[in-house]
Design a protein around this ligand. Structure first.
Ligand SMILES: O=C(O)CCC(=O)C(=O)O
Length: 284
């Protein structure tokens, strides 16, 4: 029996939303797991409205997000990425600090405590063409300022997401490959990346699309290769990626992730403080 960490929290959760032991083993083997719908339509409608506010740089909480990145020039149809939207907006704070995400992350990683690493509010424009691609990458490659690989991403769909509008694709089992060459979020040439990528001998490249309905959530491990292709519809593909870490994650100084500065602590210290809230067990 794997640990479900149920004794830790006061919040009651519908057990049908949580991963079973088989789901946890699937995650450990394949590096991802697709959860059922976790967030209701009312909250998703608010997410649509509040994303428009962020895009207009209208910040409900009176604070800016960490960054509000707008692609320009040739890449103008690229992914709009708003980092730490939860600093600026209460609806995105609800997602980024959600206890149900924390509990599921704790079960999938089999660690007792989960904290927020950061979020990314994502808007892939309609008819994005290749500019909207997210290149094959492993998140851990960007997260060397964190001491552990007990980290994952909960990606919450705000629209129906499928192969037509550029859903994420996971490479099953790549969480066991170690860090690969050619991992680059910002490279739209996914085919070229794949051709040049060296993967372990005998390993199979098997892509699995993350097809989601609004309010549904995919979870992927920080070592899992993933990327996404163009949005071929005329409507945007909207979501928030909530990046989470085990409570044992410490700062590894000198690795250039902006969280080193945001935290401001010493090398080897646990990431703690108001910018790194705990999701599980929930704070009373
Ligand atoms: O939204 C996408 O297509 C990619 C997002 C991503 O790379 C992530 O959440 O780790």
């Amino acid at each position: 029996m794997l640990n479900d960490f149920s004794e830790e929290g006061a919040v009651t959760m519908n057990p049908a939303l949580l991963p079973t032991d088989d789901d946890i083993r699937f995650f450990q083997e394949n590096g991802f797991w697709i959860a059922p719908k976790l967030f209701d339509d009312d909250l998703i409608a608010q997410a649509h409205e509040h994303m428009e506010m962020l895009l207009r740089e209208e910040y409900e909480k009176g604070e800016k997000p960490l960054s509000n990145y707008r692609p320009s020039g040739d890449a103008a149809k690229g992914l709009v990425k708003i980092d730490n939207g939860w600093w600026a907006d209460r609806v995105f704070e609800t997602f980024a600090t959600s206890p149900v995400l924390g509990r599921i992350a704790s079960m999938l990683l089999q660690v007792p405590e989960i904290y927020l690493w950061h979020d990314q509010v994502l808007y892939k424009p309609g008819d994005s063409q290749a500019a909207g691609n997210v290149g094959w990458h492993q998140d851990k490659g960007y997260w060397a300022s964190a001491s552990t690989s007990d980290m994952l991403t909960a990606w919450i769909a705000f629209d129906h997401v499928n192969e037509m509008n550029g859903c994420m694709r996971f490479v099953a089992g790549s969480n066991h490959w170690g860090l690969v060459n050619e991992s680059d979020f910002f490279n739209p040439d996914m085919e070229g990346q794949r051709e040049r990528m060296r993967i372990p001998g005998g390993a199979e490249w098997r892509e699995v699309p993350a097809i989601l309905e609004p309010g549904q959530v995919s979870f992927h491990h920080c070592m899992t290769l993933h990327g996404s292709g163009p949005n071929r519809t005329d409507r945007p593909r909207r979501s928030i990626a909530v990046h989470l870490m085990s409570g044992e994650t410490r700062m590894v100084k000198g690795n250039k992730h902006v969280n080193e500065e945001i935290f401001g602590g010493e090398d080897g210290e646990l990431y703690r403080g108001p910018r790194f809230p705990r999701l599980w067990p929930p704070v009373e």
